[in-house]
Design a protein around this ligand. Structure first.
Ligand SMILES: NC(=O)C1=CN([C@@H]2O[C@H](COP(=O)(O)OP(=O)(O)OC[C@H]3O[C@@H](n4cnc5c(N)ncnc54)[C@H](OP(=O)(O)O)[C@@H]3O)[C@@H](O)[C@H]2O)C=CC1
Ligand SMILES: O=C(O)CCC(=O)C(=O)O
Ligand SMILES: [Mg+2]
Length: 436
């Protein structure tokens, strides 16, 4: 493939997929997108930490060849294009990438480039692990009880961007079609003349591949439960269907590894509650994973009041967006919330922080790079470079313990010294090179 945006051909090896497994050379080319706003600051900090972790773990035997690809404001300024096709092609070709946050204007302008990347590369899982690091300030009494892994469907839902603006010719046409073909549904629209319309596609295929990934993860990582989070009481044929398809998939494809609340209900109806309880207890004692569900609004309370009830979470796109930021707050905030967008079938993945571009802090070298550094740690594990990932986690623990932390932690920690984004990276690198 020719790459007209790049004058120098990238050096290094190409990651491939064989029989569902990534084949990672010791010198892989990994594309990166710097991102908008605080993106350049946190990326500069992150790349130094990742290179240092790899150097400490493999002493030169392994090395990433970083390849800059463009999206967002930098791409627009350079090429007059917010998301060049070549960026998509390169992320697909090299399989594993990392990105800083990209700005999405509110209410008009371009649609989300982040969502576009997820859809164009069909990265159907947004994987966001949420756990507490010792010493990180938190607004809750027992942040250590939070150890959850969010599997957020990443390509469908109201997030897919199928929308018609109020007053537009498109919305008029759409509402005419609706009125002609579905008069009862049309009558439910309170102010049709001034309504914008959004469409919420949720499919069985999309649900099943997401839930399969969540259950596979729960099995591999020996987790106790998968909670299906939905608003299926209200949106019956989208979120309600998501719940039903999820349960059906677990029962059909994972009968030996899972026990579902649906099974409990069926047994209760046939044999009574005591028998259902015994069946569930036996299943869990034998190591089966409990597949349960919760409605999205109460979930936002219960992740706070009883976090130990939640483990792996499988949910739709918008619910997952809200849950990610709410949960991040419990373990110290969005400055330390990592994530990855993944297609487990093609191997394509782009790792990125949960937070956005925080524009007021752009170019101040101020914000916490932890979220992108930990996204990089997820990338290392995804490559199978566990040794580097483990060292990075140990160094992050040690850096936090030193109390030389960025403003977000410093403002909530007694006797902390506030350091800049780049200085926090320096501290992590120092801890990598001089482990306790
Ligand atoms: N995947 C992506 O690329 C994403 C992009 N976005 C986009 O980002 C833009 C801004 O979104 P906005 O809603 O303001 O949310 P942001 O996540 O960008 O920022 C909100 C607040 O979160 C805190 N924060 C964010 N990043 C950090 C960090 N690294 N360290 C410490 N604290 C941090 C700051 O809090 P405080 O003010 O308390 O210091 C900041 O003001 C929008 O255009 C949005 O669409 C949003 C989410 C994801
Ligand atoms: O694309 C955006 O601008 C926001 C995306 C977002 O909030 C997220 O993916 O968590
Ligand atoms: Mg979000």
């Amino acid at each position: 493939m020719s790459h007209p945006l790049f004058t120098n051909p990238p050096q290094g090896g190409v990651i491939t997929l064989h029989n569902g497994k990534l084949n990672v050379p010791d010198n892989p080319i990994i594309p990166f997108i710097e991102g908008d706003g605080t993106g350049p600051d946190i990326w500069r900090a992150t790349v130094r930490v990742l290179d240092a972790a790899i150097a400490c773990a493999y002493k030169g035997q392994r090395k990433i060849h970083w390849l800059e690809v463009y999206a967002g404001e930098k791409a627009f300024n350079l090429f007059g294009n917010w998301l060049p096709d070549e960026t998509i092609d390169l992320c697909r070709e090299y399989k594993v990438s990392i990105k800083g946050p990209l700005t999405t204007p509110i209410g008009g302008g371009i649609r989300s480039l982040n969502v576009a990347l997820r859809q164009l590369l069909d990265m159907y899982v947004c994987l966001r692990p949420v756990r507490w690091f010792k010493g990180v300030p938190s607004p809750v009494k027992n942040p250590g009880a939070v150890d959850m892994v969010i599997f957020r469907e990443n390509t469908e839902d109201i997030y897919a961007g199928v929308e018609f603006a109020a007053g537009s010719e498109d919305v008029k046409l759409f509402l005419t079609l609706l009125k002609e073909n579905f008069p009862a549904q049309f009558d439910k629209i309170r102010f049709p003349e001034t309504s914008g319309i959004g469409i919420k596609p949720v499919s069985k295929d999309g649900t099943e591949r997401l839930v399969r990934a969540a259950i596979d993860y729960a099995i591999t990582h020996k987790r106790k439960s998968v909670t299906i989070v939905h608003k299926g009481n209200i949106m019956k044929f989208t979120e309600g269907a998501f719940r039903l398809w999820a349960y059906a998939l677990a029962e059909r494809e994972y009968p030996e590894q899972t026990y579902t609340w649906e099974q409990w209900e069926k047994t209760k109806a046939q044999l009574g509650e005591a028998a259902a309880n015994k069946q569930q207890a036996d299943a869990l004692t034998s190591g089966k994973i409990l597949i349960k569900d919760a409605i999205a609004d109460i979930t936002l309370q219960q992740i706070l009041t009883r976090p130990e009830d939640f483990d792996v979470i499988a949910t739709l796109n918008l619910n997952g967006d809200y849950l990610s930021d709410a949960l991040a707050a419990q373990v110290g905030g969005i400055g330390i919330a990592p994530g990855g967008n993944i297609n487990y079938l093609t191997g394509t993945a782009i790792f990125e922080a949960t937070h956005g571009t925080a524009p007021k802090y752009a170019n101040l070298d101020k914000v916490n790079p932890g979220s992108l550094i930990l996204s990089g740690e997820m990338l290392l594990r995804y490559l199978g470079w566990q040794e580097a990932a483990d060292k990075l986690i140990d160094a992050m623990d040690a850096a936090i313990a030193s109390k030389q932390v960025t403003y977000d932690f410093a403002r909530l920690t007694d006797n902390a010294t506030e350091v800049s984004c780049s200085q926090f990276a320096d501290k992590i690198i120092e801890c990598l090179q001089n482990p306790a």
